[in-house]
Design a protein around this ligand. Structure first.
Ligand code: GUN
Length: 287
């Protein structure tokens, strides 16, 4: 039996349509949500992500400010800009695109963002709040995954969830969200011994390792829900196309529900960034 595909693009559109009323309600209060996006250097993937984020803001009626710095910028310049944005009432969300060039202390940059404007949810205070089960901002990619599971009525309480990947951006917050939802969670990585023994137990399997077609059909329990967070560019001699961390063609014959790449988790990430920015502006009105 072939798995049902989760259409991330359609869900993203549905959620974005729902944002219109919230943005209109804010406008009635004289408020327009504002997002500042900081990009340092010329990493082509980061340039695409930042452009997509700014365009999505525009389409949603969110004010956005894109700040681009050369790769060799003095970190003090960026920290001073973040301090100015923290104090700017037109800006409700601040995002620093990662990775940063080597001269940067990434943690120091993320901690410089006011926690109330940290729409990525990467500030230690917000990570702590999520770990305690009282999230203020949920990191966008795992937040999008949770929305997909919710949309498809995937039961989490008491079920086995396995996350492959332990990054601060996806793996760790994903595991915390699944723990908070009542799942029994195992966090693996690409070097986990006998990885397949873990993944084959998973009712819900989330792949976030950044290795093309890393998850094979033999690693998946029949009837599992498989979420592919990977966005890998295949080499030119393999067509140069985007490819996930899951061998989609083979795994879809084993799983019950599966996300494609592209068109799965990808469109949800920016959607949840918009959600967090709108939420930040709404909190401003409530305070
Ligand atoms: N780089 C890759 N993913 C992300 C993300 O979700 N947020 C930021 N700021 N940088 C990233």
């Amino acid at each position: 039996m072939s798995a049902e595909s989760i259409d991330g693009k359609a869900l993203a559109e549905e959620l974005r349509a729902g944002f219109k009323a919230r943005v209109a309600a804010l406008a009635a209060h004289g408020q327009r949500p504002g997002l500042a996006v900081i990009l340092v250097g010329e990493d082509p993937a980061s340039q695409v992500y930042v452009r997509n984020k700014v365009n999505a803001c525009e389409a949603a009626g969110i004010f956005s400010q894109k700040l681009v710095y050369p790769a060799d910028v003095d970190p003090a310049t960026v920290l001073a800009k973040i301090a100015a944005l923290n104090a700017d009432p037109a800006i409700h969300g601040i995002l620093v695109q990662l990775p940063l060039p080597r001269q940067f202390d990434e943690k120091a940059v993320l901690e410089a963002i006011a926690p109330a404007k940290d729409v990525d949810g990467f500030h230690a205070e917000n990570v702590g709040a999520l770990a305690q089960g009282n999230p203020r901002f949920i990191p966008c990619t795992p937040y999008g995954v949770m929305k997909m599971l919710e949309k498809h009525g995937v039961e989490l309480v008491g079920r086995e969830a396995v996350v492959i990947g332990r990054s601060n951006i996806v793996g760790k917050p994903m595991a915390l969200l699944l723990i908070n939802a009542g799942a029994t969670v195992t966090v693996c990585n690409s070097k986990t011994r006998d990885l397949a023994a873990h993944t084959r137990r998973a009712d819900i399997l989330v792949a976030a390792v950044g290795k093309p077609r890393f998850v094979t059909a033999a690693m998946v329990k029949p009837g599992a829900v498989v979420i592919d967070v990977g966005i890998n560019r295949l080499p030119a001699d393999e067509g140069g196309k985007l490819c996930g961390d899951v061998d989609f063609a083979a795994v879809k014959e084993v799983a019950a529900l599966i996300t494609p790449v592209p068109g799965g988790v990808g469109p949800m990430t920016i959607t949840m960034l918009l959600a967090n920015t709108i939420e930040a502006a709404e909190r401003e009105i409530r305070t």
